[in-house]
Write a protein that binds this ligand. Structure first.
Ligand code: GLU
Length: 299
């Protein structure tokens, strides 16, 4: 299973899912091995080339892979991609130093900014965030393709003005960084009409400043853009395997909620309207998930 960077939520979710599923390996005959990755794009590429059988991705990256856009324009549509279940909403998040004076997206001009690595969904969103103010990477003093932990380190050394990460909130690693750094702001970034018109999964979202003690923002919340995340697989994985994983996952939602704050919002399929259940999904549900939904009386 392709997950994400250690300290991120994808990585944590992968560990929790593996722990839950591997308890039953004597009965099911398989195990999940979570692997650290750079995030959404790495996970989708790993699924495509057969290195992974499970992964986590942002809805926008899933959409691009399924439709052969963006990063997948060259390699073509990823039609064997399948959705297992929606996890939680992630938010385009930008942390800037107080000294940088970055308060809105227009202030990035001439600044040193970390955009995330190219294997991450963060990278897609960082470029979009700049584009909402008609900025390109060439308008920055430095545009670094490094991951959030590397960026946080540079910021501490006074070598970086801002970094992006698309992550579910609250995130423990970010909380620790903001508290210890002490001079960070979060930059608001609203999805533009053009973005929401093209992709309904870009929604207005609020990050609660109370989740990040030490943050210098005034006000209770930071407006930004939210994106659903999904557990995904391919049609090469047998229906029985995904059925078992999904059954264990849905029967233990309380365990995930207890151990991972962003999972608090995840609901069983019975508590969702069909619109919500299918919200933002580009690749169809895997046959194993379809079987489970049918068994639970959900169309
Ligand atoms: N959404 C991020 C990405 O695809 C990963 C977030 C995480 O690791 O929790 O880049």
């Amino acid at each position: 299973m392709g997950t994400g960077l250690p300290g991120g939520n994808y990585n944590k979710f992968g560990q929790l899912l593996a722990d839950a599923v591997n308890k039953y390996s004597a009965q099911t005959g398989f195990r999940i091995k979570p692997r650290p990755t750079d995030g959404s794009i790495s996970n989708l590429n790993g699924l495509r080339d057969g290195r992974f059988q499970l992964g986590i991705t942002q809805a926008d990256a899933e959409y691009m892979a399924w439709n052969g856009k963006g990063h997948w324009e060259k390699n073509g549509k990823f039609k064997s991609l399948r959705t297992v279940y929606e996890l939680y909403t992630e938010a385009v998040t930008c942390v800037a130093t107080v000294e940088s004076g970055i308060k809105t997206c227009a202030d990035f001009r001439g600044k040193r900014v970390a955009l995330g690595t190219e294997g991450s969904g963060t990278h897609i969103n960082a470029l979009q965030a700049l584009a909402t103010c008609w900025l390109k990477t060439s308008d920055l003093a430095q545009a670094l393709s490094i991951n959030p932990p590397q960026a946080a380190k540079l910021m501490t050394q006074g070598k970086l003005d801002a970094f992006f990460l698309t992550v579910g909130h609250p995130n423990n690693q970010l909380r620790k960084f903001i508290a210890s750094y002490g001079r960070a702001n979060m930059v608001p970034f609203a999805p533009t009409k053009a973005m929401t018109a093209e992709a309904p999964y870009y929604q207005k979202y609020f990050i609660w400043t109370s989740d990040y003690p030490g943050l210098r923002n005034s006000g209770m919340k930071v407006e930004t853009c939210g994106i659903p995340s999904f557990l995904v697989t391919t049609d090469k994985v047998p229906a029985k395997t995904i059925y078992e994983i999904s059954r264990i996952f849905l029967s233990q939602l309380e365990y995930f909620k207890k151990n991972m704050a962003p999972m608090r919002e995840v609901e069983p399929p019975e508590r969702q309207s069909s619109r919500d259940l299918n919200w933002g999904i580009s690749a169809p549900f895997h046959d194993g998930m379809k079987q489970l939904l049918k068994e639970r009386g959900i169309k």
